[in-house]
Write a protein that binds this ligand. Structure first.
Ligand code: ASP
Ligand code: MG
Length: 380
């Protein structure tokens, strides 16, 4: 008997029919003798809809009320899925994040898990029931309802899998697994049967939309085996696990892209200690998520620093950095929001030279000019 966490995304529970299919799938898993803990996202585009409503009623969005509002989406879904399970004779009960023992910090709309105390969930399993958890939610150390952020249901699933010592965590979605590249852009993209935590983490950090990066980090830290698969075809998807030494390991496993960031350049920065610290501390305090950072070789005591920020943060980041530029004695700040980042990812890169050269030749042949380059051990 295995203990399996099954998480269903918004499209997988979008309407009554989809919910009944989910219930059937859970029933089959239970009847084959396994224990299941279910985690559900809000139905379809419900989270977006709730956010839109909040925007319509007010320009003031207290974090506490936003989290109360958004988590209602998952709460609705979990109760309905539970009823669908009862309908086919599977005993189940739903749990909010708080009831499921998800203790978080007080950072509303993007709360971090502090501890998972799964006593009630375990008791529910022991009683032969299927616990159904609302995803992406918890209760803060101040006793308020919190939301773990967009895509947070994946993290809920991984965290409960870890807390219960589950055998696997299945993330059901609307694609059949993790692909070598975005199939919407490249129709010949292939589904991978397996990938390592490290590779998937690099992929999610550079544009692969699912699963949520945070959940992959959590899974890697705690060694929770993931299985990313489709709730529409139910076929085997992609297993995510520790890297296995494999003679035939691909040098490049995947190509990702990201068009959600803009580039900023701080020009003529005095080449002395503390300047980068000042600039990036200020951006960090603004909660701007700075990504690639490249500093040039200095000439005549000044240098340029370029970095990328999410489009949504560009205006704020520009305004602030412009002000700081004067303070730190920099020449000026420019930005470019029509950039794209392309990354190649592969664990085999560690031991195979020439990957970067091949990538740059490919871009050159396509007439693409490179503005910034950064690498990790398994990514260019
Ligand atoms: N429903 C939430 C969102 O769309 C959480 C989740 O689906 O993971 O962000
Ligand atoms: Mg979702």
């Amino acid at each position: 008997m295995a203990l399996i966490v099954q998480k269903f995304g918004g499209t997988s529970v979008a309407d009554a029919d989809r919910m009944r299919e989910v219930a059937d799938h859970v029933a089959r898993t239970v009847r084959r003798g396994d224990q299941v803990v279910l985690v559900v996202s809000a139905m379809g585009k419900e989270t977006d809809e709730l956010l839109r409503l909040a925007g319509e009623v007010s320009v003031i969005h207290p974090g506490r009320e936003m989290d109360m509002l958004i988590t209602a989406g998952e709460r609705k879904a979990m109760a309905l899925v539970c009823m669908a399970l009862h309908h086919i004779g599977v005993d189940s009960e739903s749990f909010t994040g708080s009831q499921a023992g998800f203790l978080t910090d007080t950072n509303h709309q993007n709360a971090k898990i502090v501890d998972v105390r799964p006593d009630r969930v375990r008791a529910s399993l022991d009683a032969g029931r299927v616990p159904v958890l609302g995803g992406s939610q918890g209760v803060s150390t101040d006793n308020d309802v919190t939301f773990l952020g967009r895509g947070g249901s994946d993290t809920t699933a991984v965290a409960i899998a870890h807390a219960l010592g589950a055998d696997a965590c299945e993330l059901y979605t609307d694609v059949t697994g993790v692909f070598t590249t975005d199939p919407r852009v490249v129709p010949t993209a292939r589904r991978m049967s397996a990938i390592s935590f490290d590779e998937l983490l690099e992929m999610t950090a550079t544009g692969c939309p699912k699963p949520a990066m945070r959940s992959v980090e959590y899974a890697r830290t705690h060694g929770v085996r993931l299985h990313v698969r489709s709730a529409f075809t139910w076929q085997e998807g992609t297993w995510v696990d520790e890297e296995v030494p494999d003679m035939e390991q691909a040098i490049v496993s995947a190509v990702t892209h990201d068009t959600s960031e803009a580039k900023m350049t701080l020009a003529g920065v005095p080449d002395q200690p503390g300047v980068a610290a000042t600039v990036f501390r200020a951006l960090a305090d603004l909660e701007v998520n700075v990504d690639m950072i490249v500093q040039n070789v200095s000439a005549q005591g000044v240098t340029d620093i370029s970095f990328t920020v999410p489009h949504a943060d560009l205006a704020r980041a520009m305004e602030h950095t412009q002000r700081l530029a004067t303070e730190v004695g920099a020449g000026g700040v420019t930005s470019d929001d029509s950039i794209a980042r392309v990354s190649v990812v592969g664990a085999g890169m560690r031991s195979n030279p020439g990957v970067a050269a091949t990538m740059f030749e490919t871009l050159a042949a396509a007439g693409v000019n490179i503005q910034m380059i950064s690498t990790s051990a398994i990514r260019v």
